[in-house]
Design a protein around this ligand. Structure first.
Ligand SMILES: CC(C)(COP(=O)(O)OP(=O)(O)OC[C@H]1O[C@@H](n2cnc3c(N)ncnc32)[C@H](O)[C@@H]1OP(=O)(O)O)[C@@H](O)C(=O)NCCC(=O)NCCS
Length: 201
């Protein structure tokens, strides 16, 4: 099977600079982490990533069971940080809960706040929810005294790259993720094989 190489940026942000936490628009609210929410995070992650480029880069993101597994892995990491792990929910027109977005944060082995996956479900994009979730996670890192935050993003995910740049993230390194997956091979323009493969999450 042919391998496909996805270009990714590692991006860093300074957490010591002043930042504002904008309130969510009316009808939406943040939900803090608790253990009972692990499957809600997984389901919201799946709905956010299914059919997106990152589901080619990390096939687990395009499968419900994969998202469940991934969410448990994140939760069990030694540096898992509940204060940087949030959901956004709203009540739909029938009064039912609609889970709109998810983010998780961990403290890595260098003491840097690492954003794992951020996802907003398709019908809720472009409303500022992604911005709000990242700001909230960064506030969680700052509250733990961290001075830097980091994340990785697929270079072709220009919407996400713009969002991170607007929030003060700067490209620090280019890495390539190798994927042996037929769908990835079809869908991707193969980039040159170069540097080390980053972790899946
Ligand atoms: C990337 C992603 C998280 C962005 O979430 P989002 O909620 O749409 O992000 P925001 O609404 O905060 O910002 C997106 C755009 O909406 C605009 N926007 C922000 N607030 C707005 C508002 N109140 N009204 C209208 N537009 C608004 C922003 O200016 C931004 O515009 P741009 O795309 O031209 O830069 C979302 O598209 C997603 O989940 N994608 C699939 C999963 C994914 O790729 N995750 C990232 C992995 S690295």
């Amino acid at each position: 099977m042919r391998s496909t190489y996805f270009k990714r940026f590692r991006m860093d942000a300074d957490l010591t600079a002043a930042r504002t936490l904008r309130p969510l628009q009316a009808g939406y609210r943040f939900v803090a982490w608790n253990e009972a929410l692990v499957d809600i995070h997984a389901r919201t992650k799946y709905r956010s990533f299914c059919g997106e480029i990152d589901a080619l880069v990390f096939p687990c993101l395009g499968e419900q069971e994969g998202c469940r597994r991934l969410m448990r892995e994140i939760r069990n990491k030694p540096g898992f940080l509940p204060a940087a792990t949030w959901l956004i929910v709203r009540n739909d027109v029938f009064g039912e809960l609609e889970w709109c977005g998810t983010i998780q944060g961990v403290i890595d082995r260098f003491g840097v706040g690492s954003i794992q996956n951020i996802g907003i479900v398709p019908g809720q994009r472009g409303l500022g929810l992604g911005t709000s979730l990242i700001e909230r996670a960064l506030a969680g890192f700052r509250g733990h005294g961290l001075r830097r935050a980091t994340l990785e993003v697929t270079a072709d995910n220009s919407r996400a790259v713009r969002l991170y740049q607007r929030l003060g993230f700067r490209k620090a390194k280019t890495v390539y993720k190798v994927v042996d997956h037929p769908a990835a091979a079809e869908a991707s323009r193969a980039a040159e094989p170069l540097a080390a493969e980053p972790a899946c999450i």
